[in-house]
Every structure is written in C-alpha cells, then in structure tokens.
Design a protein around this ligand. Structure first.
Ligand code: AMP
Length: 484
C-alpha cells in the first residue's frame, strides 16, 4: 500500500490507546502530511518536513512520539521546541490529547510566567516537554530539565524560530541532547539557514514536502480597496459592515496599530479582541482561548503573535495594513478557506503599499481585484448590528470527549508534607475495585496534590477518601477542575 493509499489510522502500527484518542478527537482519517510523515517516523527515521500551518503537522509528529513513550520512565523522553508561547500551549494540548489514554505527562515551559511552578512540574515524572528555546535553555542551566534520556527532538515551525532569533539556543539544545537522539524538523519554508541547520544536526533524514491546501488560494475570494491613511478606518468600517463576517482575523503591521484599532472598534461598540507581543502572557493565552471558543469573533493581531496558531473556521481575513512581505500575504490569507470551506480575504491598500500589492499579485499569480468602496445601505447596517448583538455560541474546548469518565481530585498535602505519588497510588489501590490503571496523572504541588481518577470511578474514590488516610492522615479531598 503506498503512503497516500492508507486511509485509516488503523492502517498504521499504532496501539489501541492512541487510536482511541484519535477517534475521540474526531480524527477519522490521516491528512496528506500525516500519510507522508507517519510511516517515516514510525519506522525510526528522521524527517525534514516543509508543510504549512493547518495541515495537521502537529499530530504528524505527536502520534509517533506518543506511541513510542514508555510510561514507566521518569525523565523526559521527547523535547519539542516551539517559537512562541501560544504555539507551545497549542502544541502541548494537542500532544496531551493524543497521549491522554496512555496517561502521558506533557509539561509546557515558556517565558513570561514565573519559573518556579514549571520547576515543580519538571521535578515530577514528565514524558514529553514542549517549550520555547529560551526557557528550555534556562531550565537546562538550572538543571530542572534533564536531557539525558531524550530520544526525540522536534524542531517545529523552524523558520519562525530562526526569524525570532533563537538560532543559538536551538543549536545549543541540538548539541546537548544525547548522541543517537532522533531529530526531525518542521517548517513552512526551507530557507538556506534551515538547510544549514539540517546539514549540521540531522542525519539520515527523509525530506518531505507537502503543499497543503492551506496555501492554495482557490477556496479564498480575494478583494482589495484603495484607501488613504486618513480615511482608512472609515473605509474599513464600511467594508466590515458590507462583509459582516462570522469570524475574522484583522492583521495590522505593528503592535501600536493593533492597540489603536482595538480602541477605535471598542469605542464604536464593535466587539473584538487583540493579540500582540507587548501583552502580558496570561492575557495572550486567555485571548487565544476565548477566540477559539468563539467568545468573541473578531481578532486584531500582528503576524508574529498569530503565526501558526490554529483557529478553526475563520470566515474572513482582513489586511488592515497590507503585509510587507509577499509570503506573509499568503500566510495571512491561508487562515481562512480551510478544510473544504470557502473564505474571503480583504486588503486595504494605501498608495505607499501599492508596490507590495503588485509584487504580491506576481508572486501568487492571481490578480488582486480592486473594488470601489462599498456603499452600506440601511439593510446591511441593520444586519451588521444585529449580528454584533447576537449571543456568541461558545464552542466546547477541544479534547473534551477525552475527559469522559475522568474526575480530577485535589488532596490536601503536597511536597511540604513529603507526600509522594506512591502514597497516593498505595491508598487508592487499597480501595476495593481500584487498580493502578484507574489512576491518571498525579501532580504534586507545594501543599496540594491533584490526581485524576479514570474509568468513571472518581465519585466512588472521592467518597472513600473522606474516611481513608493517605500517609497516615485523613486529607481534605475535593472534586476539582482539570490539572492545568
Ligand atoms: P496543525 O497543522 O497541526 O496546526 O493542525 C491543524 C488542525 O487540524 C488542528 O485543529 C488539528 O487538531 C486538526 N487535525 C490534525 N489532524 C487531523 C486529522 N487527521 N483529522 C482531522 N483534524 C485533524
């Protein structure tokens, strides 16, 4: 059977627990890139992959990595490097979901948040660590992240990682991992710096290039409007009302412009969120999550902040500021018109931006149709404000189906009182009907411990632990939200 003929995940040598997780995630058949990458990685080889965002590349490496993890090992066996904090969280979640049934621990380490909590997490059993190169090196220097048992290194979004100036850290990490560790690389472009990195560090690799549908603009209707800087905002409002998008990303050239546009739209009572590098990390993550769950529908962003982040079902992309690079144009508009859906990309072009717009047309080989500024009639305006007032339908978080039958409990006591995972496991397994396989992730904090009870047995364990001592003491045990 050729790579592209395999239509089911069950056509690959994958364990039931991985297949069950994929089913719960709704991944019914492998994407093109998965069909190319899975056989290579599952056969123990390295891959250097050129693939756009949205092609399913995270799962392409996450599936073989999760498949090969030994649960019993305490030290991390895989390290995944990501260029941004948002991507770190997104990729961590995807890997966590795929490895959920194997009870894999997948900590995320990135800057902008206190390091102590991450150190506590890394001190415990960890299987796959996902992180930004800067914070990963920080943990290596502190000896809180031990690389001695790493068998997989994945350099994800490698071109962005180098664009962001992480080249020294990436090289340092490549040099630190044990000899014989497998290294694979994923990148939207394979520019010379990337090829150099590959030559220096990656042996026996299989090159894979998938020109995914995300970059094909056929499903995307492109439109452009000429505008002056002074009247840009007013033109934008008319275009926005005319299009009345269900959900959109509005790209600006700078963080300042994102701020300005956000304030103007809010002042005009148009509900939106924003994302740029000057925002507090917590705020950025909250924004990504809220937009993903459709708590608001318009996101104003810079390129770097939004790059690689997977937002499902974006109906429109607006270039409030025209991009300064032609590849950026393709990246931006590729955020819409995915997965067989159609999308619209609307650009505002000022006289200074006209040269770049022409270059972009030559690059994409498609004409950018310039239209007269729309006249928004009463009907359209009404429809726009009606949709602004309509209540958002909040989408469930991804991977929720995987949580079925799992209850997370918090237990009074942690590192301070020298509580260890074996104390918790010992007590819980002493409850009639309980086995080790009914216990999921255990996370021991300073004075609190979280433990997941699987297979629908949580309520029974919660009741029993009210009267059963753990390490000689009756503890406060409560139901809690999942482990973060
Ligand atoms: P990525 O390119 O890794 O950012 O993935 C893009 C989106 O596709 C993410 O929302 C994934 O969860 C989703 N995805 C990945 N693999 C599959 C699959 N085989 N079937 C359906 N969706 C998938």
């Amino acid at each position: 059977m050729s790579n592209q003929e395999k239509e089911q995940f069950s056509d690959y040598p994958l364990s039931d627990r991985i297949l069950e997780a994929l089913e719960a995630l709704g991944y019914n058949r492998p994407t093109d890139i998965q069909k190319e990458v899975l056989p290579v990685l599952l056969a123990g080889k390295n891959a250097v992959v050129k693939a756009p965002t949205g092609s399913g590349k995270t799962a392409a490496f996450a599936i073989p990595v999760c498949e090969s993890m030994e649960w019993e090992e305490n030290l991390p066996q895989a390290l995944i490097l990501e260029p941004t904090r948002e991507l770190t969280v997104q990729v961590r979640d995807e890997i966590f979901h795929i490895g959920r049934k194997k009870r894999l621990k997948v900590p995320a380490v990135f800057g902008g948040v206190p390091v102590d909590k991450q150190i506590q997490t890394l001190r415990q059993k960890s299987h796959i660590v996902v992180g930004t190169p800067g914070r990963v090196m920080d943990h290596v220097r502190r000896d809180s992240l031990k690389l001695g048992n790493i068998k997989w290194l994945i350099l994800d979004e490698a071109d962005l990682m180098l664009d962001m100036g992480f080249v020294d850290e990436v090289k340092a990490i490549c040099a630190l991992i044990p000899a014989g560790c497998r290294i694979s690389l994923f990148s939207a472009t394979l520019k010379p710096e990337i090829r150099q990195l590959v030559e220096e560090f990656i042996q026996d690799m299989v090159p894979i290039a998938v020109e995914g549908s995300a970059e094909s603009p056929d499903s995307i209707t492109q439109k452009a409007y000429r505008t002056d800087t002074e009247e840009k905002y007013q033109t934008f409002l008319k275009v926005l009302m005319d299009e009345n998008p269900e959900s959109c990303i509005i790209f600006c050239g700078t963080r300042e412009m994102v701020n300005v546009l956000f304030r103007k739209l809010r002042r005009d009572r148009i509900f939106c969120g924003m994302l740029h590098g000057d925002m507090e990390q917590k705020e950025r993550l909250k924004t990504v999550d809220a937009f993903r769950r459709a708590c608001f529908r318009y996101l104003i962003a810079t390129d770097v902040a939004a790059r690689g982040i997977d937002f499902d079902n974006i109906t429109h992309v607006f270039n409030y500021d025209f991009p300064t690079g032609r590849e950026t144009y393709v990246h931006r508009i590729g955020r819409t018109g995915r997965n067989g859906r159609s999308g619209t990309a609307v650009s505002l072009v000022s006289p200074e931006e006209m040269r770049m717009a022409k270059q972009t047309q030559e690059y994409t080989g498609r004409e950018l149709p310039f239209l007269p500024c729309p006249v928004v009639g009463e009907e359209k305006e009404k429809a726009f404000w009606k949709s602004q007032r309509s209540k958002a339908v909040i989408k469930p978080a991804k991977g929720e189906a995987l949580n079925a039958g799992i209850l997370c409990l918090s237990i009074g006591g942690g590192r301070k009182s020298k509580l260890r995972a074996c104390d918790i496991v010992g007590t819980i397994c002493g409850i009639p009907g309980m086995a080790v396989s009914d216990i999921g992730i255990i996370d021991i904090r300073e004075s609190l411990t979280y433990v997941e009870i699987l297979n629908g047995k949580g309520a029974m364990v919660l009741e029993c632990l009210q009267t059963r001592p753990i390490k000689g003491k009756i503890r406060k045990v409560r139901k809690t939200r999942g482990i973060s």
